[in-house]
Design a protein around this ligand. Sequence first.
Ligand SMILES: [Zn+2]
Length: 452
Amino acid sequence: MKTLKTVRIRSLKLTTRKYKKISYVLTCFKESVNFLIEKCVENAYFQKVSKKGTSYFDYSSYPKIRKSFYFEWKSLFPQLHTHYCHSSARITKDILKSWNTWCFKKRRCLDNPAYKRNSMKLERCLCHLKGNYIVLVIEPRRKLYIPFQPSNHYNLLKTENHGEITLKINPNRTVDIFIPFITEVKIKEWKSLTSIDINERSIDLITLYPTTSEITRIDTSNISTTHYTYSLKRKTIANRIDNGVKYQPLTRKQLLSKYGKIERNKTKNDLHEIANKVNKIINKHASLVIMEDLTNIRQINSRQKNLKKWQQRKSKNIRRRLNRWNFKQFQQYLDYKATSTGHLVEYQNPRNTSKKCLKCGKLTPCKTQIFVCKHCGFTINRQIQAPINIAKKYLTNRLKNFNKHKNVASPVPAEMQLMKIMLGELREFKEHIIRDASHYDELYHSISILST
Ligand SMILES: [Zn+2]
């Protein structure tokens, strides 16, 4: 399996001649991307109209864009290497794709997109590593050498194979260089199974071994409190400046961006710590990781148009809280940390996993922390219930769709045997929890780790 790790290094201070040359290439690159975007938007060949009347793009392939506009591009930018056309076509494809999804989400045609960034992502034949230099090709047989000082982090992660390099130009005559290094990782055989349920104030995981099982709870309430405190701060800033206070040391936009940055950095740091903790557990038991597939969850909670306040599905405060919750960031961090050490990560649809009763298997809607079954009266903390249901759903699905599953490689007989053993262990563990649920509930509030 291939993994990507990106390293950022800053170049040495360049001479004015080199700096001018690079900034000239960047302006040309920006113009070429904007030219291609304009052409795509104009051209009816790429534009399609959906049933509802909104127009969308056929962005399926970047060669299509390159082929149809290459000769026009070459007449406009004769000074550049041909491969700049390919790189800019790739970026236009990405921009149009994200623009397209936003048009669908907002259900109207948004303004035409534009490329405003101060950076360029170039193909390997235009930009590559050579010793302590980055070689940038401007025209055929005309190269520009950008020197840099290798850092410790760079030396640690350096491999021979690298992907598309991004160059970002700073005003103080330096260039930020982002190099993604590709490494081959061997997948280890899994011996246990970990399923992870992400909640607003905690992360719950169960680890199943062939003989025993364990529930672990990691407290993440400090993340939601930082979100809350910074939201209050930003609110007061916005209010004060609205009220027209005379003396303003910084403008509203600057202040808001400053506090936003601090908030983002704090949560990032906390999330890395939690992901490291979880990764330690995974490494210790050599387990397969199962997480919830939470795509499109924000659309479920979003504000419904043309409805009044009391008709909304969720209140404004709850919507704000849920939209601040950064589950995807945590999943990304854990994903790359686990895959870089050779553990597989799989995603499972979490539908109804916290509503399903452990005892009778029927569904009951649950709005509080404690789950009470309508049918059999079984009560339990719902955060214990969710990871067990996720693991069960995954195992039964994999065993059922033995031949049908297309995206995931079908399990080998030894793996199937292990899955069957795990399912049996899960059943036993479930019965153990059902027997003394109240005991587990009490323990769950006091002690963070418990085992059977
Ligand atoms: Zn029940």
